[in-house]
Design a protein around this ligand. Structure first.
Ligand SMILES: Nc1nc2c(c(=O)[nH]1)N[C@H]1C(S)=C(S)[C@@H](COP(=O)(O)OP(=O)(O)OC[C@H]3O[C@@H](n4cnc5c(=O)[nH]c(N)nc54)[C@H](O)[C@@H]3O)O[C@H]1N2
Ligand SMILES: Nc1nc2c(c(=O)[nH]1)N[C@H]1C(S)=C(S)[C@@H](COP(=O)(O)OP(=O)(O)OC[C@H]3O[C@@H](n4cnc5c(=O)[nH]c(N)nc54)[C@H](O)[C@@H]3O)O[C@H]1N2
Ligand code: SF4
Ligand code: SF4
Ligand code: FES
Ligand SMILES: [Mo]
Length: 892
């Protein structure tokens, strides 16, 4: 459509365009106060008045129509806008117009000075919350915060109270902000135009233009939010979500937004430490590097290259991971390199590769948002991937149907049409049951199955054993729920599967992924526009990338098998040296080898294995048995305490490179700060270790490392730092620098050898541990919103105030049975160890099950978990541990 703005003609493609978008497209200056592009317009402030075909209208709420004539620069109109804003400002105190916030800028543009703002009713402040602070005197009741919390975040924590000029934002719960439902996403602060809502680092009146702004990618979870880090005098003043962030679109969560206090924690490691006779002592880099090089040489000389192993970091950049695996393969000569994908989504990589030929999720987030039915399985995105969780919730609020499969009633489950609550460890039976109903009721895509999939006869035969009542007996899911869920998924036009660790972290996690993928294949809802595939919510900021870069014992960068001579030959030519052709050790095998005395040196980069790997007491035994343990860390983690050398590393806010997020997008990481004191980036540390060892890895800069990786792995050849700087985000595969990457996979054919998707006929097999008389309860472990994994970073950030300690969720019936009251200290025992928690009595957890996190080392959660692991990939069975409650102490 064409609209004329002050005589200039603008073309607008978007049918939903408003007069405001036409004005903006024409480049005209028009103030707005109640408007935010992320929110539905309300048109309440009248700052944006224009003339449309003769009438005065609020531009933000008025649809643009073809041929419309809009006037902005008209004498009378300027006056109207001035007066509208002056009325608003008249109730505010003068400091409302200080700084370069939105209101201050609007007033300056309209010629409204501090004399127009004599007000200030002294309505008081609410500074109870660590990250969100309210000055009621600055509230103009535009409602942007309320809408942000509802329409973007989906928490509905806020409301407007009072009448007329007394109207002010308040938590819906009535009390102080700190006791509200707020989950500190920061959205309301980000949208507030006046400074009524602020964060501690940016008080009202701050001149934002005077701060340094660095665009980077969040280093916590795998969502990959684009963030603008604002710094002042070498400190982070604030972190703001980028409004043009490709994944987050101006949203973020408490971790990316506020959990940066760890940077300046007094406990931050700032110099190398070496274990001497009297414990860990500070040493120079030269001494530490020399010690490491000698230890590595001794291990290789005495026991061969396979006596050395490295655990690479999914927190580190692609370029760092590339360099680490290159050092291990080229300089040491071993494939003993792995990353925490092993503990997390290795069953996704194996299962999706077997089903579809590539290890990544099949679609991009935007596409999943087109779905009319979401099947969210064993994932709690509201807490673990909050920006994705919020987007999925908005889709449900807009009418998409929702099936959640999770034993616990948390997050999206509260909004589900059907909530399936399988006993932990019974997914395969559940998914086979769903597939049984799809087949029985003809809810399958026969043409797709004929042309694009294989394995139907075998699957159909197996599914005879999974009628709903049979599945109910195994999983505890009522037959009618199973049928209802299958019908919702089976009858949807465009169903989507989104899943998490509740599928993978099991004895049969890979079978879980494959039998879940069956559902999408049966429906023809993957690799077509009739559905949005199978999408794992990968966990760490760069776990996808660490694996993509070949920090895996069996795969080179780009997933070529080390055992394949042709693949190896390509890397050998580029790296100029022969490579070992046998698979290296997986993380659990590294620990086993160390306990047996076969592993002589273990280099652990950014992973707190003593806190986060299962059966932690046995991990400690392994480290104690290994002659050289190097821990490359931000903090003296549980693991670092058992190391011989500790190297102080830079964090994501201090380094240059790229991450790959959960839907395969490469994005840039840029340093906002220098590393503290002697800390160095992992990139620099790997080079320094290589140099001390007498090896030259090439790749002087991260950009060069990514370029070299593209030579080894053609799927990344089209991606470079320079291109990312221009384009923002690029999904892989992207072999060609002149063509976009592939966001949606498998559209013409699957990447399997015969091009067909593979159905899997996998029977249900019981988990490694089941409840019995000695250990009658099942412990599920997982995450809560305010902390991150080991908690080493979030426990040292302000987030600790939001969630100061771990607790054990227990159903009221079990609590009564064990005479446990809310808050009581309880001792949990498994066959492997014991741990203590404060009890939290809640119906979120079913009877017979318990839930806790692993965010607090004092809890010792992973002393409880077993060494049972996925039979295909060795991913630990973190989600099922048989336990008992003991030693209940009275609170009094
Ligand atoms: N706040 C926060 N966010 C995080 C992290 C964090 O520590 N804190 N960690 C990041 C990382 S590394 C990862 S991998 C992701 C993980 O993100 P998620 O996969 O969402 O994480 P979890 O909470 O471990 O597990 C998800 C759900 O699986 C359910 N579940 C357990 N057993 C079963 C089962 O047998 N069947 C089914 N269907 N469900 C089951 C649990 O009840 C739990 O709600 O989160 C990332 N984001
Ligand atoms: N019981 C139980 N245990 C679990 C899980 C579970 O669900 N239940 N989930 C598992 C999963 S999915 C995962 S991914 C693992 C995660 O386990 P970890 O990877 O061990 O956990 P993180 O806390 O992410 O920590 C990594 C460490 O890296 C450091 N670090 C951060 N950034 C950098 C960096 O740039 N460089 C370096 N050198 N160090 C850095 C941090 O200080 C932190 O100590 O935990 C697993 N453990
Ligand atoms: S910070 Fe986020 S969750 Fe909290 S009130 Fe504001 S918008 Fe709502
Ligand atoms: S959702 Fe994930 S990537 Fe985004 S800000 Fe939160 S932790 Fe960071
Ligand atoms: S911005 Fe249009 S009425 Fe407020
Ligand atoms: Mo993870």
């Amino acid at each position: 459509m064409r609209v004329t703005v002050d005589g200039d003609v603008v073309e607008l493609g978007d049918e939903g365009a408003t007069v405001l978008s036409a004005v903006r497209a024409a480049g005209a200056d028009l103030p707005t106060l109640c408007h935010d592009d992320r929110l539905a317009p309300v048109g309440s402030c009248r700052a944006c008045l224009v003339r449309l075909d003769g009438r005065v209208v609020a531009a933000c709420v008025t649809p643009a129509v073809d041929g419309a004539q809009v006037r902005v620069e008209e004498e009378g109109l300027g006056r109207l806008r001035h007066d509208a804003v002056e009325v608003i400002v008249s109730a505010l105190p003068p400091y409302a117009l200080e700084g370069d916030g939105e209101l201050a800028r609007v007033c300056r543009a309209l010629g409204i000075g501090p004399e127009s703002a004599p007000g200030g009713a002294d309505r008081g402040t609410d500074h109870t919350h660590p990250f969100v602070q309210l000055d009621r005197d600055l509230c103009i009741a535009c409602g942007r915060c309320v809408r942000m919390c509802a329409e973007v975040q989906g928490t509905f924590a806020l409301t407007l109270v009072g009448r007329g000029s007394e109207t002010v934002v308040a938590p819906g719960t009535g009390g102080p902000w700190a006791e509200s439902d707020c989950v500190a996403c920061g959205g309301c602060v980000d949208s507030c135009p006046t400074g009524a809502l602020t964060e501690p680092g940016l008080p009202v009146g701050t001149h934002l233009a005077a701060l340094t702004r660095t665009r980077t990618t969040c280093g916590y979870c795998g969502v990959g939010c684009a963030l603008d880090v604002l710094t002042r005098d070498g400190e982070v003043a604030a972190v703001r979500p980028a409004h043009d962030g490709p994944v987050n679109c101006g949203h973020a969560c408490v971790k990316g937004r506020f959990a940066h206090g760890f940077l300046r924690s007094p406990e931050r490691l700032t110099q190398p430490l070496l274990r001497g006779r009297s414990g860990l002592e500070p040493v120079s880099w030269d001494v530490a590097l020399d010690h490491i090089a000698r230890g590595l040489r001794a291990a290789v000389t005495e026991a061969g290259p396979d006596a050395v192993a490295a655990i690479s970091s999914a927190r580190a950049t692609n370029e760092e991971n590339y360099l680490i695996q290159k050092f291990m393969r080229v300089a040491i000569g071993t494939n003993n390199v792995d990353n925490c994908s092993r503990l997390c989504h290795s069953p996704s990589a194996a299962g999706l590769t077997a089903a579809f030929g590539l290890s990544g999720g099949t679609d991009c987030l935007e596409d999943v948002e087109q779905a009319d039915c979401l099947l969210v399985v064993g994932a709690n995105p509201v807490e673990a991937h909050p920006v994705v969780g919020a987007r999925l919730l908005q889709q449900v609020l807009r009418g998409a149907r929702l099936v959640v499969a999770d034993p616990r009633a948390v997050g999206l489950a509260c909004h589900a049409d059907v909530h399936l609550r399988p006993r932990p460890g019974t997914n395969v039976a559940l998914f086979n049951g769903l597939a049984h109903v799809l087949l029985a009721e003809g809810l399958i895509d026969e043409e797709f199955l004929r042309l694009r999939a294989g394995g139907l006869p075998e699957l159909a035969a197996l599914l005879d054993d999974y009628p709903p009542d049979q599945v109910a007996a195994i999983s505890g899911v009522p037959p009618e729920d199973l049928v209802a869920a299958a019908r919702l998924y089976g009858q949807a036009q465009r169903p989507a599967i989104v899943y998490g660790l509740g599928v993978t972290e099991h004895l049969h996690g890979t079978d879980g992924v494959r039998t879940l993928a069956n559902l999408a294949i049966l429906r023809g809802a993957v690799g077509t526009d009739r559905g949005f595939g199978v999408n794992p919510l990968r966990g760490q900021n760069n776990v996808q990338g660490a694996s993509d870069m070949g920090a895996l014992p069996d795969l080179l960068p780009g997933y070529g098998k080390v055992s394949d001579p042709a693949v190896r030959g390509r890397a050998e030519r580029i790296w100029g040296t022969p490579l070992p052709g046998h698979d290296g050790l997986r993380i659990p095998q590294m620990f086993a080898a160390a306990r047996e005395g076969a592993l002589r040196a273990l280099w652990i980069i950014g992973e707190d294995v003593c806190a986060t790997d299962p059966d932690a007491n046995r991990v400690v035994e392994a480290l104690d048995a290994c002659p050289l343990v190097i821990s490359q860390e931000l903090f003296l983690s549980e693991t670092a305490r058992h190391a011989d050398v500790i190297l102080p590393a830079a964090s994501w806010l201090e380094k240059d490179g790229t991450f790959v997020n959960f839907d395969r997008r490469f994005q840039r990481v840029r340093p906002a700060l220098d590393p503290p004191d002697q800390a160095r980036t992992d990139f620099a540390i790997v080079h320094a270790i290589a140099a001390a060892y007498g090896a030259d890895l090439g790749c002087a800069t991260p950009a060069e490392a990514l370029a070299e990786c593209g030579q080894v792995a053609p799927a990344f050849a089209g991606i470079s730092h320079r291109r990312l700087d221009r384009e923002g985000a690029i999904p892989w595969p992207c072999p060609d620098p002149d063509r976009p990457g592939q966001a949606k996979l498998h559209l013409d054919r699957f990447a399997t050898p015969d091009g067909l998707a593979r159905l899997a006929a996998r029977p249900y097999l019981p988990p490694g541990e089941s409840p019995d008389d000695d250990y009658p309860l099942i412990l599920i472990t997982g995450r809560r919103w305010a902390h991150y994994n080991s908690g080493n970073m979030t426990r040292r950030s302000g987030t600790i105030e939001l969630d100061p300690s771990d607790r054990l969720d227990i159903h009221p019936s079990d609590a009564a049975h064990h005479t446990v009251r809310d808050g009581d200290a309880v001792l949990v025992e498994s066959r492997h160890g014991q741990a203590t928690f404060a009890a939290c009595i809640t119906e979120q957890i079913p009877p017979g099950q318990l839930f806790c996190t692993f965010h607090f080392p004092t809890g010792r959660t992973n002393a409880l978990t077993s060494s049972h692991a996925d039979t295909v990939t060795s991913c630990p069975e973190y989600k099922v541990t048989a336990v008992r409650l003991r030693g209940i102490q009275d609170r009094s």
